[in-house]
Ligand binder design. Structure first.
Ligand code: SF4
Length: 250
């Protein structure tokens, strides 16, 4: 997997393990499953075994490089798994070691993004308290049903940043009930040969809700069949590039 991520909102991507199970319509065209299938990994689905990676040294290296830097690098964890997946093949020791690694890397902000926010609490370390200063917790929300189902699970957990990744956006979403509990909203269309078109008004409404509440808003991309097609469309929404981020947390 790539050491330096192509995902606009993160500096690095770290996968402690690989494998997952589809849980909602945002997973329909999961690029990670397609990647795994290409290499014969067979790590997707409820009966498939997740495997630990050999890239655990990378965050330690990035942390060393970030010493004294003005900008804090962001580390997306994970792009080829869901870090709060409760699958039995994910060993308790892996989770323990992941929290240890995060504690050992205070110069990095870890972005733990999940589609299973209902599992977050049971997998937090004992010393979580009000949240580690270098951990931002996020969940994916692709439509109103998932907003209703997921967001309260996320915002009920103490954290220095609660964020949403609303990609691939699949319908209009009213964020007003939760907006004051959120510190960052990322939105975007689908990147897939089988992409499902988004209505620009879905993005506009989210932009306007965030602006009215002072929540940083990042418009990541329009939808398209591949990265080249998406980049050709640019990142403007009504002539403006929205690149909002939460303020530093440490
Ligand atoms: S949660 Fe993420 S990694 Fe898991 S199947 Fe869904 S899209 Fe793929």
């Amino acid at each position: 997997m790539a050491e330096n991520s192509k995902i606009a909102w993160t500096t690095h991507t770290f996968n402690p393990w690989i494998g997952c199970t589809k849980v909602s319509v945002a997973c329909d065209n999961c690029y990670a499953e397609a990647w795994d299938n290409r290499f014969g990994g067979e790590r997707w689905g409820p009966h498939a075994v997740r495997t630990r990676t050999k890239t655990w040294g990378n965050p330690v290296k990035w942390n060393r490089q970030a010493e004294g830097a003005e900008e804090r690098p962001r580390v997306f964890c994970a792009s080829l798994a869901d870090v709060f997946d409760n699958h039995r093949s994910i060993e308790k020791a892996w989770r323990r070691e992941l929290w240890t690694l995060i504690r050992q890397c205070p110069n990095l902000d870890f972005l733990l993004l999940t589609k299973r926010p209902q599992n977050i609490t049971r997998f937090l370390p004992d010393d979580w308290g009000d949240g580690y200063l270098n951990v931002w917790l996020g969940c994916t929300v692709e439509n109103q049903a998932e907003a209703d189902r997921r967001i309260t699970h996320l915002t009920d957990v103490p954290a220095v940043v609660h964020f949403l990744s609303m990609e691939p956006l699949q319908g209009p979403v009213d964020l007003w009930p939760w907006i004051d509990s959120l510190q960052w909203v990322i939105v975007g269309g689908e990147n897939s040969p089988r992409y499902r078109p988004a209505d620009p008004d879905w993005f506009r409404n989210l932009r306007d809700t965030c602006a009215a509440s002072g929540v940083p808003f990042l418009f990541k991309q329009w939808e398209g069949r591949n990265q080249r097609e998406i980049e050709a469309k640019g990142r403007e929404l009504d002539g403006v590039v929205h690149d909002g981020y939460p303020p530093r947390t440490c």
